[in-house]
Design a protein around this ligand. Sequence first.
Ligand SMILES: [Fe+2]
Length: 158
Amino acid sequence: MNRIETVRQQVDEILLSMPDAEERRCGYVHLYGVAQACALLAKKRGENAELAVIAGMLHDIYSYAKMDSTDHAHKGAVMAREILESLKIFSEEEMETVCTAIYRHSDKAVTQNALDEILKDADVLQHIWYNPLFAVKQAEQERYEKLMAELGIEKDGF
Ligand SMILES: [Fe+2]
């Protein structure tokens, strides 16, 4: 089994234990949607798609595991570190890269390292493309416009 699938099993285990079916659905859609957007952006930018997908799958794990989004990026980095350490298949450097991206993913107004930015942008893309009929949030507008330019999407249809 490759490492993405190994982490996916852990994420699935947490999501499957959520009692509320609607929240569980949101968890699957968001975590795996962000993971897929992470793959797209990592490939586009020539970055490590494996670590990007893993960061995407784990980035909001705390919110769904605890049903509490307070300070979830920082608490989620701790939880992700525990999960990754328990698997014993990642180097210290890899865990640091993934957990740093998770720790910083709510800081969308600042630009940080390559994986941090992939995760923030993927989070924004999933929010917006989950339902393109919803209005884009003010806080996500600037990143969204930059992403559309980067992806060569000039025409914003409906
Ligand atoms: Fe998120």
